[in-house]
Ligand binder design. Sequence first.
Ligand SMILES: [Zn+2]
Length: 664
Amino acid sequence: MCPLPRLAGTAALLITLTGGLQAASPDVLSGPPPAWQPVQGPQAVAAECQASLGQARSALLRLRQQPPDSQWLRKQDAFVARIEDWGNRLTFLANVHPDKAVRSAAEACELRWNTFFSSLGQDPALYRAARQVQPADETDRNLLTTMLQDFVDAGVSLPPAQRTRARRLNDRIAALGQQFDRNIRDANLRVPFTEAELRGVPEAVWKDAKRDAQGRVLLGVDYPTYGPVMQLAESAPTRQRMWRAKTDEGGAPNLKLLAEITRLRKEYAQLFGAASWAEFVTRRRMAESPARAEAFLAEVKAAVQARELKEIDELRQAKADHLGQPLAQVRLERWDASFYTERVRQARYSVDQEAFRPYFPPQESLQFALRLIEKLMGVRYQRLDAAAWHPEVQTYAVSDAATGAALGTLWVDLYPREGKYNHAAVWPLRSVSTDLQRQPQAALVVNFDRKGLTLDELETLLHELGHAVHNNLSNTRHVQQAGTSVLRDFVEAPSQMLEDWVYDRRVLALMAEVCPSCKPVPDALLDKAVAARSFGQGMFQSRQHLYASYDLALYGPRPQDPLALWAQMEGATPLGYVAGTLFPAGFSHIAGGYSAGYYGYLWSKVVALDMRTAFGTDKLDAAVGRRYRDTVLAQGSQRPPQQLVKEFLGRDFNAKAFFDELAR
Ligand SMILES: [Zn+2]
């Protein structure tokens, strides 16, 4: 799994766990998902973990006895489903449970499961059986192909000494990654400001914050606080302190961890004869090689570079005007970018993201987003009165609108709190299987301002919901091919496709259906937001390009010190590197599951924007939505993404829509 810095804008993240959900008992594989099962405390987590692992080991012994006949695949998949149910809920708690002791117990449990997976991946009896099984059809064949690749990648066919080393490396990397995330999650940073220093920041953002002994306001770096300070604080030193606190979030210890993770991953790849971790990872992806991913990134850069420079010039001019200084003396700093982008947007398009909050109260925004999915994809969400991991978490039953058939469960955790995962992500906790008549479960975790959402944040909500529906509306035969099990450089596409929906007036009008008392967003305000949207895209996409290039270089064949490499690469960008800052220390995507895979955000956006063309001008076209649900979401990884998209579009996908948008 992997947490991620939600990089300004829309880059939110999906988290894929290796297991699923539910407690050690009951062991119910089929039917509707069980309700959330509460935990009583850290000891209970440890005891449940111990019991689940014991059951998993017994189940493994039984699976090893199965002959490799026509039933083997089904039994192996049922075993994976059990593992999901035994492992996922407990490990997920590490990210969301309000009690720190429970989170720690969940982390310890996660490490124990990881050790189990490391050795499961090298199980010679299962590997032998998987090689002998005859697939019944294309779906089974694709599953077997992936499964055999996973065995090979776990080291099953290495000589004994290397096999052991691969397992140890796996365990060690998991432990280091966990520590990396914990350092960010539990940092609990507070930056002190006087009220005067917060001039420009809406009072609602800071007036309830704690104060220090001198009466200064203590602000956290959670999104509802960080965003408004960076966009609206008049004082450059205020923005700089806030920006530095966020940028250095993981701290120096995380740089050491990242360096070790990078080194160990390279060693891991070399056990398999790969020159680098990037090569090892991309050979199984759509991109197929680091060279192809890099060539794509070079095209992106060529498409956005001029625009980035032009935008920076415009921001410099805005800064010169704001401060009354000659342009030649003005330098744009990193902590100026959001502030002057907002100013230019306000001056040129008279749009202010804060102005959207009154129109999008959080709860009603969620209802709106669910209503959109209902209309578009032919489903129903029904809120259940059920307890979950925190009193504010909501539970929804998902069903098919036409038949009433139950489809799955969605949990939603909307607001920030101490010790909670502090970006935006979805955890698929249980996966669908038609063979097992098993229904899926997903948890959507975000950190919204209780006072309402900006349009950007509404976009984030739809993005995450895109991951949740990929889990909930998948309809695959095997658990292992469900929903978000697709290739990592495709997995963002369904979410990125939906981001655009919030800029459509007819879509936003659905708000009236769920909140008759909410005032509709004035047309003029939305028009301005649409017009302002493309301003800043040059800088935003260049930043994405930098993240992706850095990730591939860090995991490339040459050993690199993470901070030195970052300083060099960020230093080569127009705004440069700010001496002493530690950005890679908070870049948890690349410490975790998006390592050598960050390019996937841009790569899958190509697919996302092409898929969007199928809706033409009607973003509420239920027929296209239903076709999309059936041909893409329902299929999970039963077939390669290229094939699914081809079936949906009626042609091969291409990058035209993506590059058209970059040029817009
Ligand atoms: Zn995402």
